[in-house]
Design a binder for this molecule. Structure first.
Ligand code: PLP
Ligand SMILES: N[C@@H](CCSC[C@H](N)C(=O)O)C(=O)O
Length: 441
């Protein structure tokens, strides 16, 4: 991160209301994001006024559903963990700080985050969303169309004029963007789209699913989005050992509406998962830096072998410059085509180190075929109409030694026949691939 340190008002996160008001007026130096990720504001900045009574180095897990009251009318800050829990509050304040929002909410999954956000849309309203987007998002939007009379227009979000053309299609309440998209890794110009939507449709909210970048690489609230959300199941937690969603907002009134829904619908993240997520977020920068470095090598390796690779860190990506302008890195998810569904299936099943699994953002490297797995819920004819390649392979690059990853991939490319169908065997190989070939033969 390159942002220079500035002074900001301290978070009002607290375990007790009285200490919160005591520290809320204090300003402290704002560090670079990699520092802020590990700096969990558990004490006040002077180090004297303690927010946690025992100055616990790790935020405690308040594994309780209820909080006792002093009397019938006198309660504390918390009464019931659905409405609020200190461990969750800590996580939420930490995430608001990291995302550059006024407030954040931690809920039970990424889909739950979108479900909360969609409660801001009422029957008869229209939504504009991408034609390349996560299968579960497509499924929820389809459900809302069928059962709640919320109509979604799916457009190519790489083209702001395609969005502009739909702004008069009905009462637009929301523009929902993924950038990069899952699984085609396309980029939306959030800044331009947000400015245009806010000018043309002041009642519309610009919502960004920032899961693939994480707030470490891209902060869309500062690009003009009204709401940014994440599947915390992915990079924020990093280990595929929990499900979570995080929503961040700038506007205080909007935050109040979301807070109401989280409590009313009862999807706030439980104390243990809140603690696990807070723990995961602390290592986000080191994980992402490492995963991204390896992803760059993997993308270059595949491109040098003649494959069509989708990764915004490659100069060949059509929105390479745009993504560089909007973000701090290309991330660690990429996809590529082999040109043949059978070859893709064999390739995926030939890897040993890359786990065949949905999801991404884990420290372990994963390989998948979106049309058979994460995006299988999108009907085949819709996938075809949206030009989603059936042979597409998606890679989520983990933290393993990159030479091992390349060797495993190289071997799988060969045994599946993918490489033979792409390039002649005399093309340059990474030094490490020699061992892999020997292993195969
Ligand atoms: C881009 C994106 N957004 C949201 C989700 C939903 O997250 P979750 O699985 O945590 O519900 C996923 C994957 O599941 C995803 O890939
Ligand atoms: N069976 C699940 C599949 C989850 S896909 C998870 C992730 N977002 C990805 O893109 O891999 C479902 O149908 O929801």
């Amino acid at each position: 991160m390159t942002t220079s340190p500035v002074l900001v008002a301290a978070s009002t996160a607290s375990f007790t209301t009285d200490v919160a008001s005591e520290v809320s007026s204090v300003s402290r130096r704002r560090y670079r994001l990699a520092t802020e990720l590990v700096f969990v504001d558990n004490y006040d900045e002077s180090g004297s006024g303690v927010k946690d009574p025992y100055r616990a180095a790790s935020v405690p897990i308040y594994q309780t559903a209820t909080f006792k009251q002093v009397s019938v009318t006198q309660g504390g800050e918390y009464d019931y963990s659905r409405s609020g829990n200190p461990t969750r509050t800590h996580l939420e304040n930490h995430m608001a700080k990291i995302m550059g929002g006024s407030r954040a909410f931690a809920v039970t999954s990424g889909m739950s985050a979108l479900d909360v956000i969609m409660r801001l849309v009422k029957a008869g309203d229209h939504v504009i969303a991408g034609d390349d987007l996560y299968g579960g998002t497509n499924r929820l939007l389809g459900f809302l169309k069928k059962h709640a009379d919320i109509h979604t227009h799916h457009v190519d979000t790489t083209d702001p004029t395609a969005i502009e053309a739909k702004l008069s299609a009905g009462p637009i309440r929301m523009v929902l963007l993924e950038t990069p998209t899952n699984p085609m890794i396309r980029i939306a110009d959030v800044q331009r789209i947000a400015a245009m939507v806010h000018e043309r449709c002041p009642n519309a909210l610009v919502v960004v699913d920032n899961t693939m970048m994480s707030p470490y690489l891209q902060r869309t609230l500062s690009l003009g989005a009204d709401i940014e959300y994440h599947s915390g199941t992915k990079y924020l937690s990093g280990h595929h050992d929990l499900m979570a969603g995080v929503i961040g907002v700038r506007d205080v009134a909007l935050a109040e509406q979301l807070a109401f829904v989280v409590n009313a619908a009862g999807c706030g993240l439980g104390p243990f998962d809140s603690w696990l997520l807070l723990r995961g977020v602390k290592t986000l920068a080191v994980r992402m830096d490492r995963q991204q470095r390896s992803a760059e090598r993997v993308a270059e390796f595949l491109e040098s072998r003649g494959f069509r690779v989708y990764y915004p860190g490659l100069a060949s990506h059509p929105q390479y410059e745009l993504h560089r302008r909007l973000s701090d890195g290309a991330g660690a998810v990429l996809s590529f085509e082999t040109g043949d569904i059978g070859i893709s299936e064999r390739l995926v099943e030939s890897t040993r180190l890359w786990g065949i699994s949905v999801s991404f953002g884990c420290v372990n490297s994963l390989i998948s075929m979106p049309c058979r797995m994460s995006h299988a819920s999108i009907p085949a004819e819709v996938r075809q109409a949206r030009n989603l390649p059936e042979d597409l392979i998606r890679l989520c690059v983990g933290i393993e030694d990159c030479d091992d990853l390349l060797e495993d991939l190289d071997r799988a490319l060969r045994v599946s026949g993918a490489l033979a169908s792409r390039v002649d065997d005399t093309s340059p190989k990474p030094a490490s691939s020699v061992a892999a070939v020997a292993e195969t033969s």
